[in-house]
Structures are given as structure tokens and as C-alpha cells.
Design a protein around this ligand. Structure first.
Ligand SMILES: [Zn+2]
Length: 274
């Protein structure tokens, strides 16, 4: 049996990005997860670095954003960059936030999740091993993203996100679809007991936390852990898709903080209503 991948890797104007098949034919939604291919940055940042804090020139990074905007057909001024600090703060973005973090200095202290119902806004979150969570309620034209590193995952930013949409925005939970993008997989996310014990304390003993006797190390499956949190929050299993791509295993395609010992560029997740 050959299971079909839930995503496509699309190359347009020399830039390669990941797109979830489930949402590809939805003309209301623009979304992508970038790879490292298609930008102007060099060496360890080669080539589509979207991080202003990676030692790259500002001009290179701005050119890289411009390239993504052209490929997605979204205006540069529509970008809204988050301020990710591995916490669980989530904000509703409006037209007043257009350009945050790129056309003008970022105005937030701690934002790991963003959502909106407005058009002409392109949400942007950043990654290099952490888990990208894409949220979409098609019938309600609501989009959002959360950055879930291991801290965001164990602190259940995914659940917090769902709770805001259900309780504050009155979206029925069964109307919410979630896509889990590329990140470090259980294959490469090896931890010591200190990190594993935080997961065990939060979730109990779960199949997504495993111990390898040979190395005396733990491996945590952040995709399965986020799935667990989402299902616990009421999201339907059939409404969750997972790319299943490990950033550390695919260093030719992605930036990986762990694989590169921190010498890496930054990937971006983009979402907009058209
Ligand atoms: Zn891996």
C-alpha cells in the first residue's frame, strides 16, 4: 500500500514551498510553508532566510520576503510578523497591524499565535525545527497560526488556540481544521530526562514519549503530542493533517536549528484570506 502524502512541494519562479493538498482547491485561502530554496541569502543561510536575527543583511531578508509575496500573490504591506518567545500568547490581528515587524518595528513583546478574519492580511510565523500549526475554519473564513516548539507544545498552545476560537469567536469545534507542518520529528528530537519529565508530568505516560535504553535518551513526537492536545480540545481526527516531514532529516530542504547547531536561516509559514 502506498499512502499519499498530504502535501505538495511546489516550485514557482525558482522558489519551493510546501502546500497542504486539503486546502489547495480552496480559492478563499492562501497558505504555504517555505523551504530553504529560492532566496538570495548565502552560506548557512542559503538561501530563503526569513529571519532578521540570523546575521543576514536586512536587504537579503527583505528580498526573500518579496519573493515569497510574489509567489503567493500577496502584497508586501499585508505581512504581519509575530514575536515568538516560546510562550502561549495569541492575538487577533486586524488591518491596523499590517506591516508589523517588517514595514515598521515589531510592536509586540510575546506573540506565538495569531489569527484573523480580515482579508489583505498575511500572517507570518517563523520556524527552524519548532512545530507550525495552521488553523482554518473554512465556513467562518477564519485563519490562524501558532508556533509550537516543545515548550508551546507541552503548554498546549494548540488547545488554547481552539478554546479562543470556540469560546470567544463562537466557531463550532467541528468546523476547525488544523494542519501540522514540517518540524523536527521524533527521529531527531532526542531529549534528556529533564525535558521528558515535563511532558510526562503534563500528559502522563504516552506513546509519543519514548525512552531508548541504548542511548539513555528520550524521544518525543511533537506531531503526535499536538494531535493529542487538539483531539483533547475537541478537534475531529479527520480534520487534522500532518505533513510528517522532519526538518532535521531534510537539511537540503529545510533549516534545522538542531542539525546545524544553530547556524541556520529561518523558515516561514504564511496564511491569508483572498
Ligand atoms: Zn529526523
Amino acid at each position: 500500500m502506498c499512502l499519499e502524502e498530504p502535501y505538495d512541494l511546489i516550485t514557482k519562479d525558482g522558489l519551493t514551498y510546501l502546500n497542504f493538498k486539503r486546502w489547495q482547491l480552496d480559492s478563499q485561502l492562501i497558505h504555504c510553508f517555505t523551504t530553504r530554496l529560492g532566496g538570495v541569502s548565502t552560506q548557512s543561510l542559503s538561501s530563503l532566510n526569513l529571519g532578521f536575527n540570523r546575521g543576514d543583511t536586512k536587504d537579503n531578508v527583505l528580498q526573500n520576503y518579496q519573493r515569497v509575496c510574489e509567489v503567493l500573490c500577496v502584497p508586501y504591506e499585508s505581512l504581519v510578523l509575530s514575536k515568538q518567545v516560546h510562550d502561549t500568547n495569541i492575538i487577533k490581528v486586524t488591518s491596523q497591524d499590517r506591516g508589523n515587524g517588517i514595514c515598521y518595528t515589531n510592536k509586540w513583546d510575546s506573540i506565538d499565535g495569531m489569527y484573523t478574519t480580515e482579508k489583505k492580511i498575511t500572517l507570518v510565523t517563523h520556524y527552524a525545527d519548532c512545530v507550525p500549526l495552521f488553523f482554518y475554519a473554512p465556513k467562518h473564513a477564519m485563519i490562524g497560526m501558532a508556533h509550537a516548539g516543545w515548550r508551546g507544545t507541552v503548554n498546549e498552545i494548540a488547545k488554547k488556540f481552539i478554546e479562543i476560537w470556540v469560546n470567544t469567536e463562537h466557531i463550532p469545534v467541528e468546523a476547525i481544521e488544523v494542519a501540522i507542518g514540517p518540524s523536527i520529528g521524533a527521529c531527531c528530537f532526542e531529549t534528556d530526562e529533564e525535558v521528558a519529565s515535563i511532558f510526562i508530568k503534563q500528559f502522563g505516560n504516552q506513546p509519543f514519549i519514548t525512552y531508548k535504553e541504548a542511548t539513555k535518551k528520550y524521544h518525543i513526537d511533537l506531531w503526535a503530542c499536538n494531535q493529542h492536545v487538539l483531539i483533547d480540545a475537541g478537534v475531529k481526527v479527520q480534520n487534522i493533517v500532518t505533513a510528517g516531514l522532519c526538518t532535521s532529516c531534510h537539511e537540503n530542504l529545510f533549516f534545522s536549528h538542531r542539525k546545524s547547531n544553530g547556524k541556520r536561516g529561518t523558515l516561514g509559514a504564511f496564511m491569508a484570506l483572498s
